[in-house]
Design a binder for this molecule. Sequence first.
Ligand SMILES: [Zn+2]
Length: 257
Amino acid sequence: MNFFKRLHVVYLLRRYAIKRDLWEKVFNQLGFLEKMSSVEKAHFRELTTLFLYEKNIYGAQEFELNEEMRVIIAAQACIPIMQLGIDLLGGWTDIIVYPAAFQVSREQYDEFGVVHQEDNILSGEAWQRGPVIFSWQDIQQDMQQWQKGHNVIVHEIAHKLDMRNGVANGMPPLHVGMQSAEWASALGDAYKKINQRLERHQPIAINPYAATSPAEFFAVISEYFFCAPQILEERCSDVYQLLCTYYQQDPLQRMSK
Ligand SMILES: [Zn+2]
């Protein structure tokens, strides 16, 4: 970061700092981050402040968001980028929040070129170069039951990171030194395994939605990585290690402090 940009960031952090009481109130609701060190926590608060400055977070269907709700959303959106920096979430600004799961109707073309109307009920959605959309009810539910490893905000932010090199496909731009072949092999094998188990009607340890596509697989394992890392590490330690390298965090180590 150049000198002037750094000065601007310092100014923003002072001018728009999240009030301490509010920050503590929000942080205490994020059980999976409980053991974060004070240094990490201070950095996390700064990142959340910058996120709130850069993004517009507003309600749909006359749903009104208060400051605490905005901080809850911003903080969780910053979890995946805690060590990667806010620039990775550049190029889009809007976060739209519905009170509950929302319905989308879209036209889809099948392999014969025939158009079908598809209706889906969603808890979240990320658009390429566009907004991210959430259901507040799902956000609340995930926070209350974080041990289950579901987090709609982490899920959609993982899609946004994945989309940085085009359409979401389960492989975000990797860091220097990371091998795309290794990523493709480890995640590809794990994705294949869960699909095979589901085809044989065998239980799987993670949300079966992960079997929908490689992009959904990456988003779902990212949720487990941050909220219930032991589930992912026990079943797929190679995938867990690759996510540690990608996100530059080790949530399992953080939780076991
Ligand atoms: Zn998804």
